[in-house]
Design a protein around this ligand. Structure first.
Ligand SMILES: *Cc1c(COP(=O)(O)O)cnc(C)c1O
Length: 227
């Protein structure tokens, strides 16, 4: 069942990319709220990279599945007091959006570990109260990340406003691609633009996503959180 959904999803991403004349993006399987068994099943089907939103929930799975050698991405909001644990557990943190977090992650990441891959999360629509830095802050954060040998800047991430009409999401994706191209002029090693989820991956790919984050289309609907 999962293996079938996985194959369909990979095929769909390939088709979307071909249709848009883009390279196929990498797939991040978003496993938040899913049990470790489901992650193991998808790993057996060939998936390597998994995304989690909550550090504590992820900790169980990362430790429990350590022997599988998977790649773990933190994609949820990261509080500074959880930064040390996140820096130890994850391979990527996609939600870096403030200098304090850069400092906390850089200090906590052991020099004996490979550098922690980081993405700068951008609040591309300027939604009030939403996580992510403003587009204008990207160069400052990129420079801060560049000063730490324990961190490696890989690119940008965004969760644009989920407008009902898909087409209304396009400007945000396009703005992210422009920001990404701009960043790459100063930092040519940057290679990742993480945007697009189950319902808008095709649009994100058409606008230049190199990584899409897919949960529902792979695992099915998530159980609703109790209120
Ligand atoms: C949950 C989540 C996703 C996956 O969303 P789906 O609609 O289930 O594909 C992607 N990115 C982030 C940041 C998420 O929190």
């Amino acid at each position: 069942m999962l293996a079938e959904r996985y194959a369909q999803t990979l095929q769909r991403l390939q088709n979307d990319a071909a249709h848009a004349e883009r390279a196929a993006p990498s797939l991040l399987a978003v496993s938040k709220t899913q049990p470790a068994e489901a992650v193991a099943e998808l790993a057996a089907a060939g998936q390597r990279a998994f995304g989690e939103n909550y550090v504590q929930e992820a900790q169980q799975k990362i430790i429990g599945l350590r022997t599988l050698g998977l790649e773990w991405h933190l994609i949820g909001h990261l509080q500074s007091n959880k930064a040390a644990l996140a820096a130890e557990l994850f391979d990527w943190v996609q939600s870096v959006d403030r200098p304090k977090l850069v400092q906390a992650l850089a200090t906590a990441r052991a020099p004996s570990q490979p550098p922690l891959n980081v993405l700068i999360q951008v609040n591309v629509d300027g939604e009030p109260g939403k996580q992510g830095c403003s587009p204008a802050d990207v160069p400052v954060l990129a420079a801060a990340i560049g000063r730490h040998a324990t961190l490696k800047l890989r690119g940008l991430m965004a969760i644009p406003t989920p407008h009902e009409a898909l087409e209304a999401r396009r400007p945000a994706f396009r703005a992210m691609k422009a920001l990404f191209d701009q960043l790459r002029q100063d930092a040519p090693h940057v290679d990742t633009l993480s945007m697009g989820m189950s319902d808008d991956a095709a649009l994100a790919i058409a606008e230049g996503a190199t990584m899409v984050r897919i949960g529902t289309a792979l695992f099915g609907a998530r159980p609703r959180k109790p209120d």
